[in-house]
Design a protein around this ligand. Structure first.
Ligand SMILES: NC(=O)CC[C@H](N)C(=O)O
Length: 198
């Protein structure tokens, strides 16, 4: 089967890191900034960065509504860190007027682990992905404060704080798998893309 064509939302954030992982996994990658580019992709990665900026630019570029429509119609999406915030139905500690695309039945709290210099890395058990544990980098990441009926916890820290969730074709992580040579989340995403296209 031909390699799936997937997009990385390229308004702001660590776009290149995601592009690299996806390309290494054999996907065709389009950097998405316009609704026309969005139409060419079968799935979308929303990178880490600053969610309030991604939100603002997505509205300026008139791509926020088209993304919401694609999410409602089942397009697979992987969001990391700011990307998870953009996927969450409810965002706490949002900057004034900040909106998300939504889709994931969760409430996230921005910057829940403190400031940039409180960034940390840890080994995270993600039962669905098996061994070895995921080496997870947290950089001013959000925490998932509440998980609604439609969403599912994929991973939590030992203290119980939820840091990875999925719902149908949507997957969000508080951390940055794209920064550690971790490919299993992107594989999971690409599998959803292949299944959705079938
Ligand atoms: N590394 C990140 O993506 C940080 C997310 C950022 N704190 C935000 O609110 O969007």
């Amino acid at each position: 089967m031909a390699a799936p064509t997937v997009g990385v939302l390229a308004l702001q954030g660590d776009v290149r890191e995601h592009q690299q992982v996806l390309t290494d996994l054999g996907a065709e990658v389009v950097l998405v900034r316009t609704p026309a580019q969005l139409e060419t992709v079968a799935g979308l990665v929303i990178p880490g960065g600053e969610s309030s900026v991604i939100d603002k630019l997505s509205r300026i570029f008139d791509i926020a509504e088209p993304i919401k429509k694609r999410i409602s119609s089942g397009m697979p999406v992987l969001g990391t860190c700011a990307g998870l915030i953009m996927l969450a139905d409810t965002v706490l500690d949002a900057i004034d007027g900040q909106r998300s695309f939504g889709g994931l039945d969760v409430t996230v709290r921005r910057n829940a682990f403190g400031s940039q210099n409180q960034s940390f890395e840890t080994e995270l058990d993600v039962p669905e992905l098996g061994e070895p544990a995921v080496h997870a980098t947290f950089i001013r990441g959000p925490v998932v404060d509440a998980v609604g009926d439609r969403a599912r916890v994929m991973a939590a820290l030992p203290d119980g704080r939820v840091v990875a969730v999925s719902q149908g074709n949507l997957l969000g992580t508080s951390f940055h798998p794209e920064m550690n040579g971790e490919t299993r989340f992107h594989r999971y995403f690409l599998d959803r893309v292949t299944d959705h296209a079938a």
